[in-house]
Design a protein around this ligand. Structure first.
Ligand SMILES: Nc1nc2c(ncn2[C@@H]2O[C@H](COP(=O)(O)OP(=O)(O)OP(=O)(O)O)[C@@H](O)[C@H]2O)c(=O)[nH]1
Ligand SMILES: [Mg+2]
Length: 672
C-alpha cells in the first residue's frame, strides 16, 4: 500500500495558536487506529507535543511528523506550531508538503496567524482543506467562520457540511455531497438519512454548493445545465479538481476535542488533496518524476539532535534510497553515508530499509547536511529549492554562569542555530558578548530553556533588543569615488559616479546602471553592484543593515592596465559607504500588528497602556461584551507585554502579534 504513490498524502495541519491542530492530530491518530488512547494538550499527553517545554507551556513549538493509514491510503502528517515566533518552522514544513488542513476556531473565525500561514501556503501553492473546529463551543458559527474565510483569505469556500445541533448539542454533521447525516455517539460514527427537520436546509445548501462548483468547473457546469443537478461522482471529482488548482477550498466542520468530524475530514484528505505524483516539486528537472525508479533526490527540511544522534529529515521527491548507500549533498559537494532510515512517529521511530519518492523520513548518518540541502545520487545531481529563512528581529546577550561552561554553551548554541535556521549566534566585537537572535521573545526564551534542560547549563540572559535597520530619507547624486592604487606593482584603478535615492517602504535594494558608451564594461558594472551590496551590511548611523534604496551608477572610468573586477567591487563598496554618509538617513525598527481582546470594562486601561507603548490603534471591533483592538506597536515596546496584560486584566485579556515590517523610529530611539 505504501508504495502506491497515488495512495500517499503528505499534509500539514496549519492554524493560529490554539485553534486545535494538536488535538485534531491526536484524534486523527486515534481514528486511524494508530493510537489507542486520546491524549489531551492540557494534560501534556499528546503524541506530537512530546517536548517537555511543549507539555509545560501547552503549545506546539516544534513541527512533529506522524504517519497513519486511512481507507487504503498512507498519510504523512506534520503538526505545526501556531505561534508567530515559530513561523519559520511552519515555512520549512510547507516547503515539503503536498497539501494542508487549515484549522479555524468556530467562534473566532479567521485569526491573524491563520491569515499569515494561509499566505505562506499561497506562496508555496499548497492546496488546502478548511476545518472549522470547536463547533461545540458557545458562539460557534459555521456561516460566520465561512464568511470570514471568504472576506479575509479570498478563496471560494465550498462548504460540504453543516452542523447538527449547537454547543453541547453538537452531535454530528449533514454531509452535503452524499446527502446523509453523520452522527457521533460517544466515539462511534453513525450514518443515516438527513433528519426531516434539516431537509430543507440541506437541499438549499446543496444547491449553493452545486452552483459554486458549476461556476468554476467546466465539466460540472455542463452537467448542471443539462440535468439541473450534479451527481455525487461528478461533484467529488470537481471538488478534487478545484482543491488541487486552488480555485476553491472545501470546508468541513467538527470538534476535535469531542472527537467529532475526524473521519469525514480524513476521507476528504484522501479524496481531494493531491498525492506526490500530482504535484511538481520546484527545482526538480522534468526528467526527475515522482517515481521510485527514477534517480534519487530529496530535500532536507529539518535537522534535530536526539538521543539517537543527529536526525536529518528528508522529503524524498524522486527515486529510492537504501540503507547503507552514499548520497551527494549537491550544494555542498559532499558525500554523506546513510546508516539508517527511520519512519518518524513523533518521538518514536521504526527502521526502514529504503525510502521512496513521496516519503517523509529521517536519516541517521549524514553529519553535515543542513536544512535546505539537496541529497541525491552522485551520478545525477540536482538542486532543489531550499525553504526561505526569515531574518531574526530580536536579540539577547547570553553567557554561561559558570566560567568553565563557556565552551559548552558555545557548542550548544551552534547546535541550536543548526537545528533552527531562524536562530543566529554571533559575537559582538564591541562588547565581547555572545548574542543570540531570533523571531521573538518567546522564541529566544524557548531556545535558552532548551539548552538549560538538555545540557544542564546555567545561563545568564540579557535584556531583549530589537534589530534595527537604516534607510535613506533623501539621497545624493553625482557622488564621485575613485579607488586608485598605482604605486608600483599591480595597480588598482576604478572610478565610479553614484546616485542614491530612497525607495518606497517595503522595497529593499535596486541597482541600475545608466552608464553610456561602454565607459564601464559590463563585468565591472556587476562588480560595482556586488560592492554596493557589501556596503549595505553596515549603515552609517549605527552599523545596522541598510534597506530601501536605489543606487544608480551614472558614470565611471577605467584604466587599460590597472582596472579589475576587484577594484570596481571596492569602488562600489567604499563609494556607496561615502554616499550613505552624505545622505540623510534614518533608523528603522521592527513593528508589529497586535490584536488585543479584552472585556469591555478593561478597555480603558489597555488602551492607555498601548498608547504608552507608542501603539497606534487601527481598528476596534466589539463582540458581545468583549472588544478586540488592533494596533501597530513597535516590537521593542512589546517586551513583557504578555505578563502586563495578564495582570492588568486579571487573566481575562488575550493578544496575538504578527510582524508588520519596519518603520522609522522616533528621534529618542535614534539617540540610543
Ligand atoms: N471546546 C473545544 N476545545 C478545543 C477543541 N479543539 C481543541 N480544543 C482546546 O483548545 C486548546 C488548544 O488546542 P491545541 O490542540 O493545543 O491547539 P493548537 O492549534 O495545537 O495550538 P498550538 O500548537 O499552540 O498553536 C486545548 O485546550 C484544547 O483542548 C474543540 O473542538 N472544542
Ligand atoms: Mg499544537
Amino acid at each position: 500500500m505504501r508504495n502506491k504513490l497515488t495512495h500517499v498524502r503528505n499534509l500539514g495541519i496549519l492554524a493560529h495558536v490554539d485553534a486545535g491542530k494538536t488535538t485534531l492530530t491526536e484524534r486523527i491518530l486515534y481514528a486511524t487506529g494508530t493510537t489507542y488512547k486520546r491524549g489531551e494538550v492540557h494534560d501534556g499527553t499528546t503524541v506530537t507535543d512530546f517536548d517537555s517545554q511543549e507539555r509545560d507551556r501547552g503549545i506546539t513549538i516544534f513541527a512533529a511528523a506522524v504517519s497513519c493509514a486511512w481507507d487504503d491510503h498512507w498519510i504523512n502528517l506534520i503538526d505545526t506550531p501556531g505561534h508567530v515566533d515559530f513561523s519559520d518552522e511552519v515555512e520549512r514544513s510547507l516547503r515539503v508538503l503536498d497539501g494542508a488542513v487549515v484549522v479555524f476556531d468556530g467562534v473566532a473565525g479567521v485569526e491573524p496567524q491563520t491569515e499569515s500561514v494561509w499566505r505562506q501556503a499561497d506562496r508555496h501553492g499548497v492546496p488546502r482543506i478548511a476545518f472549522v473546529n470547536k463547533m461545540d463551543r458557545a458562539g460557534a458559527d459555521l456561516d460566520a467562520a465561512v464568511a470570514s474565510i471568504r472576506e479575509r483569505l479570498h478563496p471560494t469556500p465550498l462548504v460540504v457540511q453543516f452542523p447538527i445541533g449547537q454547543e453541547e448539542e453538537f452531535t454530528g454533521v449533514v454531509d452535503l455531497v452524499h446527502m446523509r447525516s453523520l452522527r457521533w455517539a460517544s466515539d462511534t460514527l453513525e450514518e443515516g438519512p438527513v433528519p426531516d427537520a434539516l431537509l430543507d436546509e440541506a437541499r438549499r445548501r446543496r444547491r449553493v454548493l452545486e452552483e459554486s462548483v458549476a461556476e468554476r468547473h467546466a465539466g460540472a457546469l455542463e452537467e448542471f445545465c443539462a440535468d439541473a443537478a450534479i451527481s455525487v461522482a461528478s461533484l467529488t471529482a470537481a471538488l478534487r479538481d478545484l482543491t488541487r488548482s486552488g480555485d476553491g477550498v472545501v470546508v468541513l466542520c467538527g470538534s476535535a476535542y469531542r472527537n467529532r468530524g475526524t473521519e469525514p475530514l480524513l476521507t476528504a484528505v484522501v479524496e481531494y488533496l493531491p498525492s506526490p505524483v500530482d504535484v511538481s516539486p520546484r527545482g526538480v528537472a522534468r526528467d526527475r518524476p515522482a517515481d521510485p525508479a527514477a534517480p534519487f533526490a530529496g530535500l532536507v527540511f529539518k535537522v534535530v539532535a536526539t538521543a539517537t544522534g543527529r536526525l536529518t529529515y528528508v522529503r524524498v521527491y524522486s527515486g529510492t534510497v537504501h540503507k547503507g548507500e552514499s548520497v551527494l549533498d549537491a550544494g555542498a559537494g559532499r558525500t554523506e553515508r546513510i546508516a539508517r532510515i527511520l519512519r518518524v512517529h513523533a518521538d518514536r521511530h521504526t527502521e526502514l530499509t529504503e525510502a521512496t519518492a513521496g516519503d517523509i523520513v529521517a536519516l541517521v548518518g549524514p553529519k553535515a547536511a543542513r536544512v535546505g540541502a539537496s541529497l541525491c545520487v552522485p551520478s545525477a545531481p540536482v538542486l532543489l529549492e531550499p525553504p526561505a529563512a526569515t531574518e531574526p528581529v530580536v536579540s539577547v546577550a547570553v553567557e554561561a554562569r559558570r566560567a568553565g561552561d563557556t565552551e559548552r554553551l558555545a557548542t550548544a548554541l551552534a547546535w541550536l542555530a543548526e537545528e533552527d535556521p531562524s536562530l543566529t549566534v554571533r559575537n559582538d566585537a564591541q562588547t565581547g558578548q555572545t548574542v543570540l537572535s531570533g523571531m521573538g521573545e518567546l522564541h529566544l526564551e524557548v531556545a535558552v530553556e532548551k539548552i538549560r534542560r538538555s545540557r544542564g547549563l546555567e545561563i545568564g540572559v540579557g535584556r531583549p533588543e530589537v534589530a534595527y535597520r537604516e534607510t535613506v530619507v533623501s539621497g545624493v547624486s553625482g557622488l564621485v569615488y575613485r579607488h586608485v592604487k598605482q604605486d608600483g606593482g599591480a595597480g588598482q584603478f576604478a572610478h565610479v559616479v553614484l546616485d542614491v535615492a530612497p525607495l518606497p517602504a517595503g522595497a529593499d535594494f535596486v541597482f541600475r546602471s545608466a552608464v553610456v558608451g561602454g565607459r564601464v564594461p559590463r563585468e565591472y558594472v556587476r562588480a560595482v553592484e556586488a560592492g554596493c551590496r557589501d556596503a549595505l551590511s553596515e549603515g552609517p548611523l549605527g552599523g545596522h543593515p541598510v534597506t530601501g534604496l536605489a543606487v544608480t551608477l551614472t558614470d565611471g572610468a577605467t584604466h587599460v592596465k590597472d582596472s579589475s573586477e576587484l577594484a570596481f567591487r571596492f569602488a562600489g563598496r567604499f563609494g556607496l559607504r561615502e554616499a550613505l554618509r552624505a545622505s540623510e538617513m534614518t533608523l528603522l525598527e521592527p513593528v508589529t500588528e497586535i490584536a488585543v481582546t479584552v472585556p469591555e470594562d478593561e478597555l480603558g486601561g489597555v488602551l492607555g497602556d498601548l498608547a504608552m507603548r507608542r501603539g497606534r490603534v487601527t481598528a476596534s471591533t466589539t463582540r458581545g461584551s468583549t472588544v478586540t483592538i488592533t494596533a501597530t506597536v513597535p516590537l521593542s515596546e512589546l517586551f513583557g507585554y504578555a505578563n502586563r496584560l495578564r495582570s492588568r486584566t486579571h487573566g481575562r485579556g488575550t493578544f496575538t502579534v504578527r510582524p508588520a515590517g519596519y518603520a522609522p523610529t522616533p528621534s529618542r530611539a535614534t539617540a540610543g
